[in-house]
Ligand binder design. Structure first.
Ligand code: PLP
Length: 388
């Protein structure tokens, strides 16, 4: 029996993740320094872990409302109101999900009909294109360039919008480039969305990891609150990747539609993670800011280190990635990443894993200790100097 033939064409059409493959190779080798993973190297702050354990001791082990614990939804709404002055009703405009990953899947599945197009600036997080395809939609890449600080322009979007365009999917601060968008340019994109009556899915999972300027919440731009499905979560800022907890905020209709899928497929996010998330929002700011300050030091170390090696490098303004150009070596991103791993045992992700415009770059995560980063820079330096 050829079981592979039984797999749905929609699933077959999605290419495997270019990131995972590298982890698998690196995991088999000894002495590898990995700058591949997009995951904090910190353990979740103790008081968050403690509150979860305390909750378990008290017997909080049951399902919650499909929407999530009301207490958590209230904290989420309060947090967004305090940070960005955007107001959401915790009873019908907040949905607690199993990470931003689930929220993203629910967002696209609840709005797309087969063949609907979604504009996606890239390089971008690997799941965007895959989720849109799995929802029956058509991802339309909008290529950005280092020369323009990986920012998307309305001129570019205007060229690619069609009557089938249903949504725009953006993620700033950006994975993999670390780019952010100034408020003025986001406001132009908001006007574009309004002009073409588009829904905007805004993945702001790295919002708290903004090192220069302040983060602009897309839903806070004039007229954008109800048109936007705002996604955020706890994985990155609170070092809670394994807890699997995130959320979506939007108008009551979109949230109810997303919840319709969520209630049948997931039922609710884990109660343990919800308890931890409440504690994170109530008392986690100081510890979170300490981690962000540490990432900022590492960002500077990587930027200075890579530039002194002689590769051109855009200064990342957010998230915990740096995206240097390796074009000067004449190698493709994949060749560079594979040979660097074999020769110097440093794992990075080839830029083309994040879309066509990522070719010629590699993604290095600086969510790793200063000593690891210093050693990695030395090895990358040796590797590059031999090839320039
Ligand atoms: N969005 C972006 C831009 C990411 O980089 C990631 C994880 O790397 C996710 C979403 C997934 O986050 P979560 O752990 O909340 O599912």
């Amino acid at each position: 029996m050829n079981w592979a033939e039984r797999i749905s064409p929609a699933v077959n059409a999605v290419p495997p993740s270019g990131i995972r493959r590298f982890f698998d190779i690196a995991a088999e080798m000894k002495g590898v320094i990995s700058l591949g993973v997009g995951e904090p190297d910190f353990i979740t702050p103790w008081h968050i872990r403690e509150s979860c354990v305390h909750g378990l001791h008290k017997g909080y082990t049951a399902y919650t409302s499909n929407y999530g614990l009301l207490e958590l939804r209230e904290e989420i709404a309060r947090n967004i109101l305090n940070n960005y002055s955007v107001s959401y009703d915790p009873r019908k405009e907040v949905l607690v999900t199993v990470g931003v990953s689930e929220a993203l899947d629910l967002a696209v599945r609840s709005i797309l009909s087969p063949g609907d197009e979604v504009l996606i600036p890239e390089p971008c997080y690997v799941s965007y294109k895959a989720c849109v395809m799995l929802a029956g939609g058509k991802p339309v890449p909008v290529l950005t360039a280092m020369e323009h600080e990986f920012r998307v322009t309305v001129e570019q979007l205007e060229k690619l919008v069609t009557p089938r365009t249903k949504a725009l999917l953006i993620g700033y601060p950006n994975n993999p480039t670390g780019a952010i968008m100034p408020e003025k340019e986001l406001a132009e994109i908001a006007a574009f969305a309004e002009r073409h009556d588009l829904i905007v899915i805004s993945d702001e999972i790295y919002a708290d990891l903004t090192y220069q300027g302040t983060h602009t919440c897309f839903a806070g731009l004039p007229g954008m609150r109800d048109r936007t499905i705002l996604l955020n979560g706890f994985s990155k800022a609170y070092a809670m990747t394994g807890w699997r907890i995130g959320y979506a905020l939007s108008n009551p209709e979109f949230i109810a539609a997303m919840n319709k899928i969520h209630q049948y497929t997931m039922l609710c996010a884990p109660i343990t993670a919800q308890l931890g998330a409440i504690e994170a929002l109530r008392h986690g700011k100081d510890k979170m800011e300490k981690m962000v300050a540490e990432y900022n030091c590492r960002r500077q170390l990587m930027l200075d280190g890579l530039r002194s090696i002689g590769v051109s490098c855009f200064e990342p303004k957010g998230a915990f990635y740096i995206f240097p150009s390796i074009k000067e070596t004449g190698m493709t991103s994949l060749q560079f990443a594979e040979e660097l791993l074999k020769a110097e045992k440093v794992a990075v992700v080839p830029g083309d894993a994040f879309g066509l415009s990522g070719e010629g770059f590699i993604r290095c995560s600086y969510a790793s200790s200063i000593s690891n980063l210093t050693e990695a820079l030395e090895r990358i330096g040796k590797f590059v100097r031999q090839r320039l």
